[in-house]
Design a protein around this ligand. Structure first.
Ligand SMILES: N[C@@H](CCC(=O)N[C@@H](CS)C(=O)NCC(=O)O)C(=O)O
Length: 147
């Protein structure tokens, strides 16, 4: 059975869980407690030397990184429906995978970390400007993450 290492508060893990459910795939959920630093343990680092979740293990195959996992699952289990290979479709899919790891991460995810998890190393003003939100950037971000 597929194993997914992750944490329930991780947006990157959520993407993978959502797609597994859309594909009706059963999997074993293995919680990696980020708060306790389990993602930096030698055992976990042997799965992903970056020390990050999500990590998916499918038989002999280990895939790290949410976007890579989505592509893997789409190719293995989704037929052509989720990942058509013609040049235009594929480029559009990569564009949005890239956006989730870029703009979405720089915006909503950083706001969530800043406001909900007190990640004070994040410069929230700079992030708001860098993703070019038009007005009242912080208010927009706060509304987006519902606080
Ligand atoms: N590029 C990776 C990033 C994964 C990532 O940043 N995961 C976070 C949780 S959402 C994590 O494990 N953070 C712990 C750390 O970086 O030390 C992906 O898209 O999956």
């Amino acid at each position: 059975m597929i194993k997914l290492y992750g944490h329930e508060l991780s947006g990157n893990c959520h993407k993978v869980r959502l797609f597994l459910s859309l594909l009706n795939l059963e999997y074993e959920w293995l919680k990696v407690d980020l708060m306790k630093g389990e993602h930096k343990s030698p055992e976990f680092l042997s799965l992903n030397s970056f020390g990050q979740v999500p990590v998916l293990v499918d038989g002999d195959t280990t895939v790290v990184d949410a976007q890579a996992i989505l592509v893997y699952l789409a190719r293995c289990y989704g037929g052509d429906q989720w990942l058509p290979l013609d040049a235009v479709s594929l480029s559009q899919i990569v564009r949005w995978l890239s956006t989730t790891a870029g703009e979405v991460r720089q915006g909503p995810e950083s706001a969530r970390l800043y406001y909900l998890f007190n990640a004070t190393n994040i410069n929230i003003d700079r992030i708001s400007i860098s993703i070019e939100l038009p007005r009242k950037q912080n208010l927009f971000l706060r509304n987006l993450i519902n606080i």
